[in-house]
Design a protein around this ligand. Structure first.
Ligand code: MTE
Ligand code: HPA
Ligand code: MOS
Length: 739
């Protein structure tokens, strides 16, 4: 089944927040932000004369609690006194036109008392500025392990952040209703918006309705950070009693919102024979100025600290450090990629030191069924070796060409790297693994499906429509996936953790089962036994049949309930944060990639050429969507590895806060060859219809892009070992080769 949004996307008919028809009298708002990275507000001059000015709202205008922190209450919606980052919201300008709102913003002057900022996570840690507590995962015996090693190396990894660059910027449209508010929000977390808006206004949650049609991309950037935007729009509606639109322009979006977390890490790795015997890693996460989702992101870094390898002795330590940057947040992979990059760097380092191919060390240490991860869960249903062998088989020729090329070229070199991935599927916060759905069958037989799932381009609505219509043996046109709305699907977890379709698809099927049971009971009274729903009909074992339309119409007249609520919660998962052990994931998604690249070593220019992927997606549910997620995820990850360089100056100002200074992947940058193969595997019981989650894992294949470029560079001149910095931009390639 094709993505149901495909046609409306390419014809420009898909509707996003800024495309909504506006109600007469709609007001427009923009956000006034902090001019310093750290300071105190001395005064705000808002004595402004402008014909279109409606109001300027500050912290004092918040009727409820000025607090948006989800995990830790440490973040104000609008800064009341202290300023923690350049770009932090201080006030909302509400005007009759958008242009006027910008004009008015320029007329406001904010006086501040500047304080010393901190931007470096290690410096923040030394000053005691940490968020939550330090965490440590342990396995085996780290006291004796090092003595048993033949070779040990140590090094350092610096990992940059990444801008989400969803095409649709953050935005919301808030409307006053008779006794509350409705907000149309570009959010991955409708319930978060509802909960925090209620807190800001001092109202019960039932007075706030949140509605989401779709997002023009979220990538984690709208899991938490769509909330304040929606809250500001609602606050302005609350004050003015008028509809208010707040859609950030690109520059404001880049300035105000947090990004992927930069990390600074130290590693020590030891080998005994061909086995990785001991691994010690310390992660300093740069959280920015508020907790946001950072503690959860940090935890996932630890979960993926050993990636796809079995290492018997491990100590993985991590801390979240508070700095004066925008609060960093969820981004595809959610801290997992940073964990994986460090172990891959350690493997690259020790392999180069020993003079063996890093791929040999990777291959020799792949985790297998029953092997324990440092967090206590054991690997199961592992398909890494199969995937590895497939990729190896598919790339024999490519690797031979690389060797020939390097033998005959002096200044241009080719490189390659393998990347196995093992990604845990479930929210690491066990309680979040739940979803609800509402399935309505109308009198004419058409079906309205509501769940907590948010469509952000990943195709979740397509998958849900596919499984629901299949369930009743109907063509897809019978079903429609409704907007995600907090009055139809309640207490939803954000659409995130790659778990959206598993959780919400299963909740929808639960509702479908209830309706089918009622229909079966109704049919059995009419002499139908062992009914199957197929090809638009209900068919009994003895061949009696009734069309779906006839059945629904008759069931309605007989007063059968044709609507059902469905619910799903992932079984068997748990995690004990005291012991740092448990079984946090329903299952793992596995796969292997090989990426090749060419580096012009005279000028320092890289080009990713081939990507080969062999992926375990369980029993395939929709390979079109899976391929889209794999290709998109890898290209997005390659951008992070090779192009995207976030630069904050010594005042904490984002100097890469525009698309002329922040380079993102485009179609020309994308690899010329992209081959994806899926493994034939048994159905995955904990996935939707036997499939596996696909949203985030493929991004991490792109880590091979970084190592393939380094491999090519090493063919020209051996790089400093134990010193890994991401992104490997062209500028950096040049500097590392010659500086
Ligand atoms: N794909 C598109 N096109 N747009 C997105 O915003 N977000 C990614 C991934 N793929 C995203 C995407 C992230 S961060 C997650 S967690 C998953 O999709 C969420 O959807 P899923 O849970 O249905 O996989
Ligand atoms: N992944 C994504 N988002 C989350 C998670 C997670 O594991 N936990 C809380 N929010
Ligand atoms: Mo995805 S980072 O879990 O929204």
């Amino acid at each position: 089944m094709r993505n149901i949004d495909g046609l409306s996307h390419v014809t420009g008919k898909s509707v996003y927040v800024d495309d909504l028809l506006e109600i007469d009298g709609t007001l427009y708002s923009v956000i006034l932000t902090s001019p310093v990275a750290h300071g105190r507000i001395a005064s705000i001059s808002s004595d402004i004369n402008h014909p279109d000015l409606v109001t300027i709202l500050t912290a004092e205008d918040i009727p409820g609690e000025n607090q948006i922190g989800g995990i830790i209450p440490d973040e104000e919606l609008l800064a009341s006194k202290e300023l923690h980052y350049f770009g932090q919201p201080i006030a909302i300008v509400v005007a009759r036109t958008l242009d006027s709102a910008y004009e008015i913003r320029d007329m406001i002057s904010v006086e501040v008392e500047e304080l010393n900022p901190v931007f470096d996570p290690r410096e923040a840690y030394e000053k005691g500025k940490i968020i939550g507590s330090e965490r440590q995962f342990e396995l085996g015996d780290m006291v004796n392990a090092w003595r048993e090693c033949d070779h040990i190396v140590e090094g350092k990894v610096e990992i940059g952040g990444q801008e989400h660059l969803y095409i649709e910027t953050q935005g919301a449209y808030a409307l006053p209703t008779e006794n509350g508010y409705k907000v149309i929000s570009s959010t991955q977390g409708p319930t978060s918006v509802q909960k925090i808006a209620a807190r800001i206004l001092g109202l019960p949650m039932h007075r706030v309705e949140v509605d989401v049609r779709r997002l023009g991309g979220g990538f984690g950037g709208k899991e938490d950070q769509a909330t304040p935007i929606a809250c500001m729009a609602i606050l302005a509606t609350h004050t003015t009693r008028r509809p208010v639109k707040l859609v950030l322009d690109r520059h404001d979006d880049l300035k105000i919102t947090g990004k992927r977390h930069p990390y600074s890490a130290d590693y020590k790795i030891g080998m005994r024979g061909n086995k990785i015997h001991a691994y010690d890693v310390r992660f300093f996460q740069n959280a920015g100025s508020a907790a946001d989702l950072s503690p959860a992101v940090l935890e996932r870094t630890l979960f993926h600290a050993t990636n796809s390898y079995y290492i018997p002795n491990v100590r993985a330590w991590a801390v979240s450090c508070r700095t004066n940057l925008p609060p960093n947040t969820a981004f595809r992979g959610f801290g997992g990629p940073q964990g994986m990059i460090v172990i891959e760097s350690a493997i690259d380092h020790i392999a180069n030191e020993l003079g063996v191919a890093p791929s040999k060390v990777q291959r020799d240490n792949l985790i297998g069924d029953g092997d324990e991860f440092p967090y206590g869960q054991c690997a199961a249903g592992v398909t890494l070796v199969k995937a590895w062998e497939q990729v190896e088989k598919d790339t024999v020729e490519v690797i031979r060409e690389i060797k020939d090329y390097n033998a005959t070229h002096t200044f241009s070199k080719k490189g390659y790297a393998f990347m196995p991935i093992t990604f845990g599927i479930s929210f690491t916060n066990t309680s979040m693994n739940q979803a609800s759905a509402l399935v309505n069958v109308y009198i004419d037989g058409s079906i309205g499906i509501s769940t907590g799932a948010v469509e952000m381009g990943q195709g979740v609505n397509t998958r849900i429509l596919q499984v629901v219509t299949n369930f009743f043996g109907l063509p897809e046109r019978y079903g429609k996936v409704e907007t995600t709305n907090t009055t139809r699907a309640i207490n939803t977890s954000p659409s995130a953790a790659s778990s959206t379709h598993d959780l919400n698809g299963k909740a929808a099927l639960d509702a479908c089962k209830k309706i089918r049971e009622r229909l079966e009971a109704f049919l059995s009274e009419r002499g139908f036994s062992d009914v199957r729903f197929t090809e638009g009909k209900a068919v009994s074992l003895d061949g009696k049949s009734m069309s779906w339309e006839e059945l629904i119409s008759a069931a309605y007249l007989a007063r059968v309930d044709l609507a059902a609520h469905g619910f799903y919660s992932t079984p068997q998962i748990h995690f004990d944060k005291e012991r740092e052990k448990g079984h946090p994931f329903a299952y793992h998604t596995y796969g292997v990639a090989l990426i090749t690249s060419t580096v012009d070593c005279l000028r320092g220019i890289s080009r990713v050429e081939n990507v080969f992927v062999c992926h375990d997606s369980g029993k395939l549910l929709n390979s079109n969507l899976d391929i889209g997620q794999i290709e998109g995820g890898v290209v997005q990850g390659l951008g992070w590895m090779l192009l995207e360089d976030l630069v904050f100056d010594d005042k904490g100002i984002n100097r890469s806060g525009s698309l002329s200074t922040y380079k993102v992947p485009d179609i020309d940058f994308a690899p010329r060859t992209f081959v994806t193969k899926f493994l034939e595997v048994p159905a995955n019981k904990l996935g939707l219809k036997g499939s596996k989650a696909i949203g985030e894992p493929p991004l991490m294949y792109a880590i091979a892009g970084y190592f393939s470029v380094r491999d090519a560079m090493n063919k020209f001149r051996t790089l400093r070992r134990g010193d890994y910095t991401i992104p490997m931009t062209n500028e950096r390639i040049f500097m590392e080769l010659y500086a």
